[in-house]
Design a binder for this molecule. Structure first.
Ligand SMILES: [Ca+2]
Length: 179
């Protein structure tokens, strides 16, 4: 609470309440099982839903067909209250200015995550590039930021940040790093 005398001829004081939320950059361990995509990008995830371990599908250039199976052509995290994340470790640094995210479709719904953040690695620590809140359901959502050169990009979904009707998962069919 911040207060000061506002010098008005009354007994009231001007006051304003400031609330801060301090969020630490996520701590992730890149020691989980990984897959290496044909383009040399290594992909790490926090977890996978049973039957949805095929993380290569996130960078194969192909999209799931709505109404068709989601198996094999989409990756889903486990359905848990934990934070979920996908980390792309590139073969060499490149310019990245955003992510284009193609979401899985199931039961006529795009399971677009509601809240997530995008981080890039500066060689020493994660730097927040974008924070997304209230992301609307859509086949594709695009999130841009000031271009930077990096060899690691992290899509990080905090606990409960999934689609409002499926908050415990992150479910994607393709992730494109924008140059
Ligand atoms: Ca794909």
């Amino acid at each position: 609470m911040l207060q000061c005398d506002d010098f008005a001829p009354d007994s009231e004081r001007a006051s304003v309440e400031l609330l801060y939320t301090v969020t630490q950059p996520p701590t992730i361990a890149l020691d989980v099982p990984t897959r290496t995509a044909p383009n040399g990008t290594r992909i790490f995830v926090d977890s996978s839903f049973a039957g949805y371990e095929n993380v290569d599908c996130l960078v194969d250039g192909a999209l799931q067909t709505p109404g068709a199976t989601t198996g094999g052509c989409s990756w889903a995290s486990a359905d848990t209250p934990a934070d979920h994340w996908v980390c792309f470790v590139l073969p060499k640094p490149r310019t990245v200015s955003g992510l284009k995210l193609d979401w899985a479709n199931w039961k006529d719904t795009y399971w677009t995550s509601d809240r997530f953040e995008i981080f890039t690695w500066n060689g020493d620590r994660w730097q927040r590039a974008a924070r997304v809140q209230g992301n609307q359901a859509a086949p594709t959502t695009t999130h841009t930021f000031a271009p930077r050169t990096t060899d690691r990009v992290l899509l990080w979904q905090p606990s409960g940040g999934g689609h409002p009707e499926y908050q415990g998962v992150c479910w994607l069919t393709e992730v494109t790093l924008l140059p």
